[in-house]
Write a protein that binds this ligand. Structure first.
Ligand SMILES: Nc1ncnc2c1ncn2[C@@H]1O[C@H](COP(=O)(O)OP(=O)(O)OP(=O)(O)O)[C@@H](O)[C@H]1O
Ligand SMILES: [Mg+2]
Length: 251
């Protein structure tokens, strides 16, 4: 049986008395490429915030590789091996593309406090950063200022920064948000290729059903404060409850 990398157990979260979700549980297998879908405000980003330590659950556990990480500070969770790219990007706009990734590579290196780490010298960190930029097809923009990049390139840079943290589990919050249809297609192919080549467990939040059903091995639907359904794209697109509650005429 495949190894379980993440277990969400009976997780509940509310803000000021309004419950976002109630008692949700699911398991993510190591190496899986899966997605989370659900209407606006369903709690998708909140779920990522709970997994990465930005919020503390009211109840429940987030078990990453056997350890309950609920409530642990975000930078410690990064050290344990979870990184994320944000719905609204999280890059330093005044820094160049390369500098953004080098900073992440160096912060990753510090997490080991490993004195013989190859990244102690900046040249090695820069080489590693270039390698990552090649992976996300941004190497030719390495010396541009990040803040003036086109939106789609900023989203890819945010993924590069997350990859520089060398995660075992990578969470992508709407990696194609705000992109043109062409850019979307391109970014989806990129995400798929990263998953195939880097062998990281990946979870992405996405609204575009063509994308979701096109590349996910497993889809989880967050709706009505619960995981309404989970399954393969074929199972989800045929699920009566999901069609009624969420997909509607999209299918
Ligand atoms: N820090 C916060 N304080 C108060 N309420 C919050 C906070 N973060 C999220 N919420 C509320 O929790 C609910 C879920 O929000 P969340 O951002 O997780 O939804 P989402 O599924 O990611 O939506 P979208 O598809 O629009 O990104 C919303 O009603 C939102 O207003
Ligand atoms: Mg969101």
């Amino acid at each position: 049986m495949a190894e379980k990398i993440l277990r969400i157990e009976n997780l509940s979260k509310s803000f000021e008395g309004t419950q976002v979700f109630n008692n949700i549980s699911f398991v993510i297998e190591k190496g899986e490429l899966s997605s989370i879908i659900g209407p606006n405000g369903a709690g998708k980003t909140t779920l990522f915030n709970l997994i990465t330590g930005y919020h503390i659950p009211d109840q429940g556990r987030v078990i990453f590789k056997g350890q309950d990480i609920a409530g642990i500070q975000p930078h410690r969770i990064v050290r344990l091996g979870i990184a994320r790219a944000f719905q609204r990007t999280n890059i330093f706009p005044k820094m160049t593309v390369l500098e953004n990734v080098v900073a992440a590579v160096i912060s990753r290196q510090r997490r080991n406090l490993n004195l013989v780490s190859p990244f102690r010298n900046n040249k090695a960190a820069e080489e590693r950063a270039y390698e990552i930029l090649e992976n996300v097809e941004l190497a030719d923009m390495a010396h541009r200022q990040s803040g003036i990049l086109a939106h789609g390139n900023q989203k890819r840079l945010d993924i590069a920064v997350a990859l520089a943290l060398d995660p075992e589990l990578l969470l992508l919050d709407e990696p194609t948000a705000g992109m043109s249809p062409e850019e979307r297609k391109h970014t989806v192919q990129l995400v798929k290729r990263l998953w195939e080549t880097l062998h990281i467990t990946m979870v992405f939040i996405e609204h575009d059903m063509d994308i979701v059903f096109g590349i996910s091995q497993k889809v989880r639907v967050l709706c009505y404060r619960t995981i309404l359904a989970e399954g393969t794209p074929a199972e989800i697109s045929a699920n009566e409850q999901v069609i009624e509650a969420y997909l509607g005429e999209e299918v």
